[in-house]
Design a protein around this ligand. Sequence first.
Ligand code: FES
Length: 156
Amino acid sequence: MAENLSQSQRVNHDLITAHVGEVGGLMRALNALQEHDGYIDAANVPKLAKAFNITKAEVKGVISFYDDFTRAPKGKHVIRICQAEACQAVGSRALTAAALEKLGIGLGETTPDGRVTVEAVYCLGLCASGPAAMVDGELKGRVTAGLFDAFAEDEA
Ligand code: FES
């Protein structure tokens, strides 16, 4: 079966089938695909469903339930802005709106050039230093809109 597959398809096939029959195998396969491709390609959903003997809706449900799984590649930089209550009380919604306006995208989207993705997150453990954000995995407290200026400019 794997004879007519491209290199990428072959790798994905191997990542999916490597975890069939394992407890938590679907999660392992999804994590492996996310890590390898940077997202879960929709073309893999029916293959996962078949391999794990579940419905495509169940696979999609798992993908959409966990924030770590994405349906499209994320940007080079990933900014996650806290939307939970303590940060909202100190302006995280206005901060988010300012970031999205500067970048010209919506929440959960990536700039067309693939440089920046902005996502919502619900508490980063910096509640006393809000508004809080995570930029490329680094926690930032007392964030102001100025933080996003560098991301709004071309890096050329
Ligand atoms: S509420 Fe934003 S970090 Fe906790």
